[in-house]
Ligand binder design. Structure first.
Ligand code: NOJ
Length: 561
């Protein structure tokens, strides 16, 4: 990896743990997780062996999209805490040799953001409105939206406002919820505004940024109609290059100026600042354009998350990923879970794989086979941790948590659910508060009478306290994977696929001095061709290797060469 230089930067090989603050740990018993709650759990994070945390938004927000609608980028939401608590968290993380990455949401803010409120109070064509995409409506009296763009959460991407006299006024663009107006990134004032935001947080000591929907910021200024990807096949969140709002050339200049700022801070402070972009475009060679040397340091590679449990698809995806990112001299990232998709235990619990990322599973849907899902998720992550580059894990993944798939409608929070009239269940199921202790109230997450999303009863068996005591638990597997990956320097080693004749359901590769074999079949397979004269390093399930030659169904082993 990174043949262009020999020095490894921390973000090239790190294991980064995503914290969704409102569901991590609640220190003040209001049912919502907070910054102090994170600080209380630093010993757990340290013990897990990770290198960095990424915090989803904790800024002031009315909560139209669980914090991804920010009303003040230079603030901390009361429910999350305050600045002294944030500063204490940063310094305690740093004292424990853990980095902190925070989430920046530059495509849109909240309708309660001061700049948007000013735009509403100003006239059409004013400088205030030019910070957003305000347009007159079409139709005889402007009663129709300016174009046919759709919101990612369902429905129209435009909302009409009324003027101070209560009469119909212009429309504003929101690629997500109406509570999330899109900024106009053609306006230099927006660019400057965000450079100041980045600088503010760099001054407070953060080590990097996760950049929300980094492919969406620039739009074709003519805002032409668009009927969706030309091939008509893809999910709207994963568009092709033929659109007026995804991955336009101008967007790269934005991140070049961000990179300059980060480089300046890195050299001024002698620490390495980084950013990782959420860039939902395909193919990988296009996505890698965001990770060119003068842009983002890394981008999320979601490709393993989008495929099922299939060794051939994994082999192709791994090779394509390495090729695409090597071509721009950037490390690859690997991801199986985040706060936007059904968890891998749930997803892989379906025999056909999970078809629609982000759509979630509800009580009326067929329910996953959780036992199978967890076994496959453990095999998948055991392969993932052997890959070169950096790894992102999502809180609760290390406990093998499934989604809450029977959450009733009254508790739903995700705008996707409401904007599609329940057709898409949405993402609440993967955002449930963590179970820390099986015998405590709300499984140790909070002492409140209720939590912002309720936990299902079956979460008790996944509780961290039980898994700490059980040598065969998912939590112990994650600790072992993280530690062994680090000890063997797998993050910066070279991967070679093994061309074998064992079975098409077997994925095999070497990484440095280690051989990794994954069986995606539901039967054991004789892999003696691959195991000769090798010692077992670790396995995704106890007794994965039977008689030293048979690899158990849906399992992964690491062997020493
Ligand atoms: C991507 C975030 O991960 C998701 O949670 C959010 O809803 C959208 N961007 C909009 O900010």
């Amino acid at each position: 990896m990174n043949a262009h230089n020999n020095k490894t930067h921390w973000w090239e090989t790190a294991t980064i743990y995503q914290i969704y603050p409102r569901s991590f740990n609640d220190s003040n018993d209001d049912g919502i997780g907070d910054l102090n709650g994170i600080r209380e759990r630093i010993p757990y994070l340290k013990n897990l062996g990770i290198d960095a945390v990424w915090l989803s938004p904790f800024y002031k927000s009315p909560g139209a999209d669980a914090g991804y609608d920010v009303s003040d980028y230079l603030s901390i939401d009361k429910a999350a805490g305050d600045f002294p608590e944030f500063d204490a968290l940063v310094s305690e993380l740093h004292n424990n040799d853990l980095k902190i990455i925070i989430d920046i949401v530059p495509n849109h803010c909240s309708i309660e953001h001061e700049l948007f409120l000013k735009a509403l109070a100003s006239a059409p064509g004013s400088a205030e409105r030019e910070l957003f995409h305000f347009r007159d409506g079409t139709g005889e009296n402007g009663e129709l939206p300016p174009n046919n763009w759709k919101s990612h959460f369902g429905g129209n991407a435009w909302t009409q406002i009324t003027n101070p006299n209560g009469e119909p006024d212009q429309w504003y663009l929101h690629l997500f919820d109406p509570g999330q107006p899109d900024f106009n990134w053609d306006n230099p004032a927006v660019e400057q505004y965000f450079l100041d935001v980045l600088e503010f947080w760099l001054e407070r000591g953060v080590d990097g940024f996760r950049v929300d929907v980094a492919h969406l910021l620039s739009k074709d200024p003519l805002l032409p109609n668009w009927d969706g990807p030309a091939n008509g096949k893809q999910h709207p969140d994963f568009p092709t290059q033929d659109s007026p709002m995804f991955g336009r050339d101008e967007v790269h200049n934005i991140f070049r100026s961000w990179r300059e700022l980060l480089d300046k801070y890195s050299s001024d402070t002698g620490t390495e600042k980084m950013m990782c972009g959420e860039v939902c475009v395909q193919p990988l060679s296009w996505q890698a354009q965001w990770a060119r040397p003068d842009e983002m340091h890394t981008v999320f590679n979601f490709s393993l998350l989008e495929i099922g449990f299939d060794s051939e698809a994994w082999a192709t995806t791994i090779s394509n990923s390495l090729e695409a990112f090597n071509a721009v001299g950037a490390p690859t990232t690997w991801v199986l879970n985040n706060h936007d998709v059904a968890r891998s235990t749930t997803r892989l619990g379906y025999s056909e794989g999970y078809p629609k990322p982000g759509d979630g599973v509800g009580p009326d849907d067929p329910q996953p086979d959780i036992e199978k899902g967890l076994r496959r998720a453990c095999a998948a992550v055991s392969t993932l941790f052997a890959l070169p580059g950096s790894v992102y894990i999502y809180q609760g993944e290390e406990l093998g948590l499934p989604d809450h798939t029977t959450l009733s409608a009254q508790f739903r929070n995700d705008p996707t659910y409401f904007r599609t009239a329940g057709k898409r269940i949405g993402r609440d199921g993967c955002r449930i508060p963590l179970p820390w202790n099986s015998t405590e109230k709300n499984f140790g997450f909070s002492d409140a009478d209720s939590t912002w999303l309720p936990q299902p009863a079956e979460f008790d068996t996944y509780s961290a306290n039980l898994q700490e005591r059980d040598q065969d638990s998912t939590l112990q597997l994650y600790k072992l994977l993280i530690k062994t990956r680090k000890n063997l320097n797998l993050g910066s080693s070279t991967l070679r696929m093994i061309d074998h004749n064992v079975s098409p359901r077997i994925l095999a590769f070497t990484i440095g001095e280690t051989t990794v074999v994954m069986n995606t079949d539901d039967r054991p397979i004789n892999i003696s061709e691959l195991t000769q004269e090798k010692q077992l390093i670790l396995a995704s399930i106890p007794e994965a290797l039977v008689n030293e030659h048979w690899l158990a169904a849906e399992s992964t082993v690491w062997l020493s060469v």
